[in-house]
Write a protein that binds this ligand. Structure first.
Ligand SMILES: Nc1ncnc2c1ncn2[C@@H]1O[C@H](COP(=O)(O)OP(=O)(O)OP(=O)(O)O)[C@@H](O)[C@H]1O
Length: 729
């Protein structure tokens, strides 16, 4: 609420007039805070001839001393709550801003705790009683505060964007009907199911199914999906964006289309934005800000970003959440939960494939966190602290006085988006350095601070004037707790040693692999991955993205369940690698990561020295002793086993996993036949009853038929999955 403070500030209590200039059209006075003779000042102002004539004044204030208590961004800590200031302005008749001859008068407008910036609000204004009589000036008339950017108004945007409006979308309507919404959601889900079914069914292709045809159809479905998601609005757009990070769950074509959702989100009107800000921050936008730009600079699924200037001249961006978003989330997530349960239950009839409820829960947590801008502000603060010693990373400062649950105000830090090569080149920036810094900053987050940006797409990374990397958007952050970090380190060492057993143990500890059932196929896959994909010579080295893809492909038919942290990290690295290669054609991830990897390996070696090394040597000595002592006994046991086998006392029971799978498949096919018969019968009955006019019974039969047909579809999908699994191992 510093804005209000700016207008109501008391910083003019102690000042004396030090410079005056009069003319018929313009009068300006500059003063500095140096004494405690405010009354004297007031008197001297009222005695001025120009003032007596009713002309407007400009008072320029300069603070000669820093206030004692400043925040990190040089703003004063002592602030008045908005409601207090609003109350003051309402109660005091002299306090109201009146418009006289197109000139706003702001009376009693000194604010408490403002750091020497101009206190005039919006247009030419007089502040009698309190101090200043300010004629509206260009922003350049604002007073410079030592470190704060108050030099000019908002600079023109490098690339002004015309954003589509949300006017035609039903979800943008504040009073949408929740029943209608649920119908929309469910009909979308059923349409999608049918499309996916058709996509995977041989009979749905004229002339038979082949990979090319299936890909083509999948692309079509993916484009349809993107459009529908856009129609369904914020929740689905965000879920779509999240899904675009899950190559482990969805086909490539879907993931690619969903990634395009980033650029296609419509904006809401500035009127809505202003009303929303006023409701959230407790004061009208014109009072809160000296200037507020109605045209947003960006619109995203959950909110949009406007530029503004505070009364102390600082340039900021105001991130405004879409009005009514929480309500929409509640309805949509309720439906999504039912959908997840539906999938989970229908799949659990024949064995688990994905933990849909778990995936839903992760999604819901991320979504609710993302609409909490206080949380985002805290994340930004923590991220800035983590990088306080890294001069080439920049994180906007949060203006907490202008921030609430659904409105976030940040320092305005413009930059060139990291993927705008033309602009980077035009400024002569060092592209290889930018590419390597982007990766290095991420390695610091993953390996050192443990707090990482989960969505480092090019829209969220920009380059500052001094070639520092600017981070935007702290809604989705990941955290790697100490336990996880240690397991990850062990995983890294196991991968380095190419030890599949250890890799699997660490994956189980991390919760990424379910320790159930037959893991021999998983072990073979892991070993294959270690032997082939990670041991290529530099010239045949795969990209991280390709390795990630392979990893996800292996995971698709096996009992892996990557926690979102994992997928975010993998996805983030492959995104950044893509950015790196785009920015610098000679970019090599391995080269940048090598010192960090070496550091980790040194750390491991370091760990083995000292006490641990002694312990290890002692353990090895004990093992050797035990082994030597027990050797004759072991040989004797082996001999006994062989004898028992020869005499037939010992029988070997062999589990043939392939035949177990075949039996499972036969059971599913049997069930499928039953579902077909029951579904068909009910369908027939439905038609018969319907023709006889018994609509109720007919509808019941149709619903029953629908259920059995759905079960049939599920069974066919499971058979297909088993087939695919067979080919994998
Ligand atoms: N502090 C800032 N200074 C300058 N521009 C900013 C700032 N914060 C955000 N922007 C601009 O607004 C855009 C959107 O911001 P941000 O990513 O935080 O919004 P969002 O609603 O979370 O979007 P998304 O969900 O697509 O990431 C950024 O890409 C950047 O261009």
């Amino acid at each position: 609420m510093a804005a209000i403070l700016a207008s109501q500030s008391s910083c003019c209590r102690n000042m004396e007039l030090c410079q005056q200039r009069t003319s018929v059209d313009d009068f300006s006075a500059s003063c500095s805070i140096s004494g405690r003779r405010f009354h004297k000042f007031e008197k001297s102002v009222s005695n001025l001839p120009a003032f007596r004539k009713g002309l407007s004044f400009q008072v320029v204030m300069r603070q000669t001393k820093e206030p004692a208590d400043l925040e990190s961004n040089n703003r004063p800590v002592t602030m008045l709550p908005t409601n207090e200031v609003m109350k003051n302005s309402r109660n005091s008749s002299t306090n109201k801003a009146k418009s006289v001859n197109g000139i706003k008068q702001n009376i009693n407008g000194a604010s408490k705790g403002i750091n020497g910036a101009s206190k005039g609000i919006n247009g030419s204004s007089k502040q009698i009683n309190g101090v200043s009589i300010v004629k509206r000036e260009t922003a350049s008339s604002l007073v410079q505060r030592s470190k704060v950017l108050v030099d000019a108004g908002l600079p023109p945007l490098e690339e002004p964007r015309v954003m589509p409006s949300d006017a035609g979308f039903s979800w943008a309507n504040d009073n949408y009907n929740s029943v209608q919404r649920s119908i929309d959601v469910w009909s979308f889900v059923f349409s999608l199911r049918i499309r996916v079914l058709l996509e995977n069914s041989k009979w749905a292709y004229i002339g038979g199914l082949d990979e090319e045809k299936q890909k083509k159809r999948r692309k079509k479905t993916a484009a349809w999906l993107r459009e529908r998601v856009l129609q369904l609005g914020p929740t689905f757009i965000k879920v779509g964006q999240l899904s675009s990070t899950r190559s482990d769950l969805f086909p490539r074509e879907y993931v690619d289309e969903l990634a395009k959702l980033q650029d296609r989100v419509p904006a809401f009107s500035s009127k809505k934005a202003r009303e929303f800000i006023a409701a959230e921050l407790g004061a009208p936008v014109d009072i809160l800000f000296k200037e507020f730009e109605d045209q947003p600079i960006a619109a995203a699924s959950l909110g949009q970003v406007h530029r503004a200037i505070l009364h102390n001249g600082e340039k900021v961006v105001v991130k405004v959440q879409r009005p009514g978003l929480k309500r929409l989330f509640d309805i949509d997530l309720q439906n999504l939960k039912l959908i997840a349960e539906f999938f989970q239950n229908s799949e659990s009839l024949g064995g688990p494939t994905r933990d849909w409820i778990g995936i839903y829960e992760e999604c819901a947590t991320v979504l609710y966190k993302e609409i909490d801008y206080i949380n985002e502000g805290k994340n930004a603060d923590r991220f800035r602290r983590d990088f306080r010693n890294v001069k080439w990373v920049r994180v906007p400062v949060v203006h907490w006085d202008y921030t609430a649950l659904k409105v976030l105000t940040l320092e305005y830090v413009p930059g060139i988006k990291i993927n705008r090569l033309d602009k980077l080149d035009a400024r002569g920036y060092n592209r290889p350095q930018i590419a390597s810094r982007a990766i290095e900053a991420y390695l610091i987050q993953i390996l050192k601070t443990g707090f990482f940006h989960a969505d480092p797409h090019p829209g969220n990374l920009a380059i500052d004037k001094d070639e520092a990397i600017i981070y935007y958007d702290f809604g989705m952050m990941g955290e790697i707790k100490t336990f996880t970090r240690e397991r990850l380190l062990d995983l890294f060492y196991a991968v380095y040693e190419k030890d599949a057993t250890k890799v699997m143990k660490n994956l189980i500890d991390l919760g990424a692999l379910q320790p159930t059932g037959d893991l021999s196929a998983v072990k073979r896959s892991v070993q294959y991955f270690l032997d082939n994909l990670l041991s290529q010579t530099p010239d045949q080295q795969q990209t991280l993205a390709a390795i990630g893809e392979d990893l996800f492909a292996i995971a698709q038919d096996q009992p892996f369940r990557f926690p979102s942290t994992f997928t975010f990290v993998i996805r983030a690295f492959s995104t950044l690698e893509g950015v790196g290669k785009f920015v610098d054609p000679n970019f090599s991830f391995v080269k940048i990561a090598a010192p960090y990897a070496q550091e980790l390996l040194d750390l491991k070696e370091g760990r083995r020295t000292g006490v641990q090394l002694v312990r290890e040597i002692r353990k090895q000595a004990e093992d050797a002793r035990d082994y030597t002592v027990s050797m004759p006994y072991r040989v004797q046991r082996i001999e006994e086993f062989v004898k028992q086998l020869e005499t037939g006392d010992l029988k070997l029971r062999v589990r043939v996993l392939e035949s177990e799978r075949a039996a499972r498949k036969a059971t599913i096919l049997q069930m499928a036949t039953m579902y077909t018969v029951l579904g068909g019968t009910l369908l027939n009955l439905g038609v018969t009853f319907s023709s006889q006019g018994s609509e109720m019974v007919a509808n019941g039969s149709f619903v029953g038929a629908g259920v059995f047909l759905t079960l049939l579809i599920r069974s066919m999908q499971r058979v297909k999955k088993l087939d695919k699994f067979e080919t994998m191992i």
